[in-house]
Structure formats: C-alpha cells, structure tokens
Design a binder for this molecule. Structure first.
Ligand code: CA
Length: 228
C-alpha cells in the first residue's frame, strides 16, 4: 500500500484529507500531534510521503520536518500552510520540505502533489543510464544518490531531481519556470520562490563556497546553469 502520513490536529481537515487519499488509492496514517507523527513514522517505516500541518499543539510542523530529515532524506514531505503564513513556505523548504500546499486546498490539488512526490520516490523510473559523472560529482539514478569526490551527499528527493536535471543539461541556462516544471512535475503556479530556496539549500550542500557558487551558477534575470 502507498502509505501517506497525515499530521493535522484539526479533525475536520484531517478527515477530509484522509477520505480523499483513500479515494485516490493511498493508505493514510493519521497523527494529531508532532510526537504522534514521529511515533507513526517509526512504526511505519514504509511511509513514503508525509503531510505536515504547521500549527500543532505540541511541536510545530517545521520542527517535525527537521526531525524527520535528521534521519531520513528519502521521504517526501509536503507542508500544509495557512494563507496568512507566507513566510512558512520559505521556512518549511529550508527545514527540508519538498513542497507545500496552502489552505484551503482542493482534494485534486493535494493528490496531484502527492502523486508527483510518489513518482519521484518510487524508483519506477524509465530505464536509463545508471550514473552521470561530472567531476567531482557522480550521480547514481538507480539508487538516487550523489557523491562528491567519492563522499555521499545527503539529498532530499527534490534536491536530487534538481541536481539530475542540471547534470543532464551541463552548461545550459535553465529558466526557473523550466526547473519548476521539470522537478515538481506541474505548470508554474506563480511562485518561483520554491525554486530559489531549493537552489540555495542545494548550494550549501554541493558548493565548495556557497556564496561563490561554481557548480550551480546564476543566470541573471533568467534562472540557473550547471557550471559556467
Ligand atoms: Ca493546526
């Protein structure tokens, strides 16, 4: 079964999400508090996507995200944010979330996001070359890992997808819209901050000096490029 963790303290919203997930063929695992969510993840290591509400009675959703990411870089994480919490998007992404959905959201929108994350975490990729080498990096598409100078770099699924896109297109300027569409698997929806925040996070992991990037370089007024 395709297990999805649903962390939401408001039972009406949680119930709505759960019903819609079941209808789309997922098995929702419910949690009302941050601690419950972490316990559910320990009990269900096969959960592949987690939906995390931000405002919770115990620890907030960002902290839950941070704790999950401390031990698990593979699971897909979607933050459920309120419209008034504009900054939540950036904070959430910086703590390791892959995506966010703003309340109120439609069931179709939410399942589309979950489907996209499942596709990325599923390993049901089309047959392709196993490794892409671009010194000092070596990217393995089969087990979705990246090494720099032989050392494993821990990436989230989104970070892996962005790196793969870059390494498949060395030297090509990619617009932020292109990156969004290729990595998140849907049309640009008016907020490209997601791309920038992920690039910022990725630079911290990949670059020798993140303030003077040489691998992921900026194409001013357009987007980003792998190399010069
Ligand atoms: Ca809440």
């Amino acid at each position: 079964m395709k297990k999805v963790l649903v962390l939401e303290d408001e039972s009406s919203i949680r119930g709505f999400v759960v019903i819609n997930l079941r209808r789309s063929g997922y098995e929702p695992i419910e949690a009302e508090t941050g601690e419950q969510a972490l316990a559910q993840l320990r009990a269900n290591p096969d959960i592949r996507v987690a939906l995390l509400d931000v405002m919770l009675p115990d620890i907030d959703g960002f902290e839950v995200c941070r704790r999950i990411r401390a031990t698990d870089s593979k699971i897909g994480i979607i933050m459920l944010t309120a419209k008034s919490q504009e900054m939540d998007k950036v904070t959430g992404l910086m703590t390791g979330a892959d995506d966010y959905v703003t309340k109120p959201f439609s069931p179709a929108e939410l399942t589309a996001r979950i489907d996209a994350l499942f596709r990325r975490t599923g390993g049901a990729d089309e047959p392709e070359q196993d490794t892409i080498c671009n010194e000092p990096f070596r990217l393995n598409t089969r087990n979705r890992t990246l090494e720099k100078n032989g050392e494993r770099i821990r990436l989230t699924q989104i970070e892996f997808s962005i790196t793969k896109l870059f390494m498949e297109n060395p030297g090509k300027a990619l617009s932020r819209e292109d990156i969004f569409k290729a990595v998140w698997g849907r049309e640009y929806d008016g907020d490209l901050k997601t791309v920038d925040v992920n690039i910022r996070r990725l630079r911290i992991k990949l670059e020798d000096n993140p303030t003077q990037p040489t691998y992921i370089t900026t194409v001013w007024g357009f987007g980003y490029k792998w190399g010069f």
